[in-house]
Design a protein around this ligand. Structure first.
Ligand SMILES: [Zn+2]
Length: 430
């Protein structure tokens, strides 16, 4: 089985690739537009340096050969979402080539990283179509892999690793990412075009692997063709039988000069799985646990890197896991270390403790014995003599006790509730 990806990722720039229009995708159509991104005759593109810088960062982190000097080409085709009849893109002069993405068992080759403009968006109505140019000219990077992926599991890992690597560059690969997927279980290449979103990409692959697998099992060969993915039924269907590759016209883009990339600063690349390997081997954490914690959380990576080795490792990891359960934005290194110390002392971290530390309040958690906790619960239960009667009708009447006890002793509400049930049982047995 051979699987390759062509993933189109939108770059997080404020303005479009060749004009100063905002990249913000607003509800109202055709507001962030100008003659350049609408392709008016005579308009001239001006390259957005920030887009090139982010593309260079992606090429660097994917270990590509990065070109010092790039240029652009026109890919010529007619379609209503591209009224100037060509898309400005890159091919052999692309910013990155010959890179790799490491997954567990292999390196997936990266053939090319190219910068290009997004076309407009076609909104289909019953018997007509509308065009929204807000998206036209949004900077994209197309990441083209070699067909090195050999199973569904490898595909999932490659996509997740790629997403995590891009996350650390500030590129969010979630809803809108468009991918062309080529999958061959036989000799011929089958391409599934324009799959939107990461989840659909996996669904499309699952369906296609099964479909082609059944053909191969019958001793036949899947045909060479282009297919489309139906999000409703999660199936693919044939859209074009291919006799040969599409033939586009390509010419050099005369309105853009060669662009020097060597001066663009991309910073030290952060490769999450390499960071996870380093932290886990240096401090004795489990690789898988660390990778899960940091894959999409730069705050966790920073806290972990700075605290590892200073504290008991179990306390560091469990505190990080606790933080994911609560609103902990802005907790900071100092606050985090306080929590780790508490956690090492056996305190269960709760939202109120986290909030207290965030607000800079002095948080003191009384560590009580089971007997003391039981006594406090019993006291609250016996304060109101009607409470036990009411409890038979409505279990929620003890919620206020859960709240008070869990806050006072830094316990999880669920544990407190279990204890209350136990004590009520004991009281009614007597
Ligand atoms: Zn514009």
């Amino acid at each position: 089985m051979k699987i390759g990806l062509e993933m189109h990722v939108a770059l997080p720039t404020k303005s479009k690739l060749f004009c100063s229009c905002s990249t913000e995708q607003v509800e109202e159509p055709n507001v962030n537009i100008c003659p350049i991104c609408m392709g008016f005759p005579g308009s001239r593109p001006v390259l957005n340096a920030e887009a090139v810088r982010i593309a260079k960062a992606i090429a660097t982190v994917l270990k590509c050969e990065v070109k010092d000097k790039i240029s652009f080409i026109r890919k010529i085709y007619f379609y209503p979402d591209l009224p100037k009849s060509f898309q400005i893109t890159q091919l052999s002069e692309a910013i990155g080539s010959k890179g790799s993405l490491a997954i567990t068992d292999k390196d997936v080759g990266i053939r090319r990283i190219q910068i290009e403009e997004d076309p407009a968006k076609i909104v289909r109505q019953d018997n007509y179509s509308l065009i929204d140019f807000n998206r036209s000219g949004v900077p994209l990077v197309e990441i083209v892999t070699e067909p090195d992926i050999a199973s569904e599991d490898e595909l999932k890992e490659a996509v997740s690793t790629l997403r995590s690597v891009l996350y650390y560059i500030g590129v969010d690969v979630e809803q809108e990412v468009k991918t062309d997927l080529n999958i061959s279980l036989g000799d011929e290449r089958v391409e599934i075009k324009n799959v939107t979103g990461v989840r659909n990409l996996i669904y499309a692959a699952e369906y296609e692997i099964k479909r082609q697998g059944e053909i191969v099992q019958k001793g036949k060969q899947p045909e060479k063709e282009t297919r489309s993915f139906d999000e409703q039924t999660r199936t693919t269907k044939s859209s074009r039988k291919k006799e040969s590759e599409e033939e586009y016209g390509f010419i050099y883009e005369p309105d853009l000069t060669d662009y020097e990339t060597s001066g663009l600063k991309v910073g030290e690349p952060i490769i999450p799985h390499e960071e996870a390997a380093r932290i886990s081997s240096e401090f004795g954490f489990s690789y898988k646990t660390v990778l899960e914690l940091i894959s999409f959380d730069r705050n966790s990576l920073s806290l972990l890197s700075k605290s590892a080795g200073k504290f008991d490792q179990k306390a560091v990891i469990s505190t990080l896991e606790d933080l994911k359960k609560f609103d902990s934005t802005g907790i900071g290194q100092e606050g985090f270390e306080k929590l780790v110390r508490m956690s090492a002392d056996g305190v269960t971290i709760t939202q109120s403790i986290v909030s207290g530390i965030k607000s800079g309040r002095e948080v003191t958690v009384k560590r009580a014995t089971q007997d003391e906790i039981d006594a406090a619960i019993t006291e609250l239960l016996t304060k109101d003599r009607t409470l036990l009667e009411k409890y038979k009708e409505n279990k929620n009447v003890v919620n206020f006790i859960v709240g008070q006890i869990s806050r006072k002793y830094g316990l999880q509400p669920k544990d407190v509730l279990d204890r209350i049930k136990f004590i009520i049982q004991r009281m009614s047995d007597n």
